[in-house]
Design a binder for this molecule. Structure first.
Ligand code: GLN
Length: 380
């Protein structure tokens, strides 16, 4: 039997490869993005309590209403807009599943999807799985500035979707109000859907606000905005997130979601609904992570790695061109095996594997681990 791969150029994700190598050689794993500390003990207790009380069967397909109501409250508090928890919020099995459903719900064979690269590595395979064509716009180090006229040039009658990510993984850049207004302008009069991946919404530094697509009514009318509890509550393994979109878009999103996972983890949803009553946890995140970013930069200051600007996310990029002209993937593997620190090569976020000698390190780690990583990297 002949098996014809739908994704012939896709292997195992770089996160799995680098975390696997890190575990195999016992390296400090700053590659895959996840915290090395635990979620709130109270939140863990709430999950157990809800399990004991019986939240062990399917939740309603769009997620439990009390959690969707809490999310609507949070959106009002953070972005000063009102969304209807019944018709505009869907709880998902994490951000990546929500991204897949958003793409699968709207992209047909031959449709074009514009990607601002370097971007999260699930976008392109998700587009291609449903027969779409990824149209990359490659941004460049060190500032990864977006020229919206370049985006506009890529819009054709076949364009079905534009994917943005703010704060952006892996670049650490953010889109600001002027960017969002420009997107609104270039999409005006088109049938292009906006997939706005905002999973790092709370991880923005130096007092800057998050320019969520939810804030701009004209833009929101064509938006599916994606969020992740894992990034906010330090539990990426719970695989819980949500999608916010106007009712007409949510209706289509749920048609895919219901046959993809049907519904997300029930006890986690119940626990989040209780825990979100207090916004202190997420309101404190910018400060919590900014401190880690600054601690890490300090720990890295004795190395030959050159930091790039980081306005958001829990990723810090470093230019290693002063150290080696090796290809970034080979360099990351060598860092892991020879120096005991695992990193992600930024080329893996480009369709053409553009190598600018930049690596991504995750600073969602305790200070002792960050200090140790800095120490090891000072020998490179
Ligand atoms: N979003 C995380 C990262 O960029 C990892 C996601 C994953 O491993 N699937 O590191």
């Amino acid at each position: 039997m002949r098996i014809e791969s739908k994704l012939p150029n896709v292997g195992t994700t770089i996160f799995t490869v680098m975390s696997g190598l890190a575990n195999q050689v016992g390296a400090i794993n700053l590659s895959q993005g996840f915290p090395n500390y635990q979620p709130s003990y109270r939140l863990q207790q709430l999950v157990t309590e809800h399990m004991a009380k019986g939240a062990n069967q399917y939740s309603p397909m769009p997620g439990i209403l009390p959690l969707r109501e809490r999310i609507a409250e949070k959106i009002r508090l953070m972005y000063e807009v009102s969304v209807d928890p019944e018709t505009e919020i869907t709880i998902t099995a994490g951000g990546t599943q929500a991204i897949f459903c958003a793409i699968a719900a709207f992209v047909r064979p031959g449709d074009e999807v514009i990607l601002l690269e370097p971007c999260y590595d699930s976008y392109r395979p998700s587009v291609e799985t449903v027969g779409g064509v990824a149209v990359p716009y490659p941004l460049s180090a060190p500032d990864y500035q977006v020229d919206w006229n370049e985006v506009k040039k890529r819009i054709t009658p076949r364009t079905r979707m534009l994917c943005i990510n703010t704060p952006q993984n892996p670049t650490g850049t953010i889109l600001r109000e002027a960017d969002m207004l420009k997107i609104q302008e270039i999409l005006r009069g088109t049938d292009v859907i906006l997939m706005s991946d905002e999973v790092y919404e709370h991880l923005i530094y130096d007092g800057e606000p998050h320019a969520s697509a939810l804030r701009y009514p004209e833009l929101y009318a064509r938006t599916l905005a994606i969020y992740s509890f894992g990034k906010t509550y330090h539990n990426t393994g719970w695989k819980t997130g949500y999608c916010v979109a106007p009712p007409e878009l949510t209706r289509e999103f749920r048609k895919i979601h219901q046959f993809n996972v049907f519904s997300a983890n029930h006890p986690m949803q119940a626990a989040f609904a209780d825990f979100m009553a207090d916004p202190a946890e997420y309101l404190g995140l910018p400060e919590f992570y900014q401190q880690k970013r600054d601690f890490f930069l300090q720990a890295m200051s004795a190395t030959r790695f050159k930091p790039l600007p980081c306005a958001g996310t829990y990723f810090q990029l470093f230019d290693y061109s002063a150290i080696s002209d090796e290809q970034d993937l080979a360099f990351c593997k060598r860092l892991t095996t020879e120096y005991g620190v695992a990193a992600i090569p930024v080329s893996s976020f480009y369709s053409d594997l553009k190598d600018e000698k930049v690596i991504r390190l995750c600073f969602a780690k305790t200070e002792d681990l960050l200090a140790q990583a800095g120490e090891r990297l000072s020998k490179v």
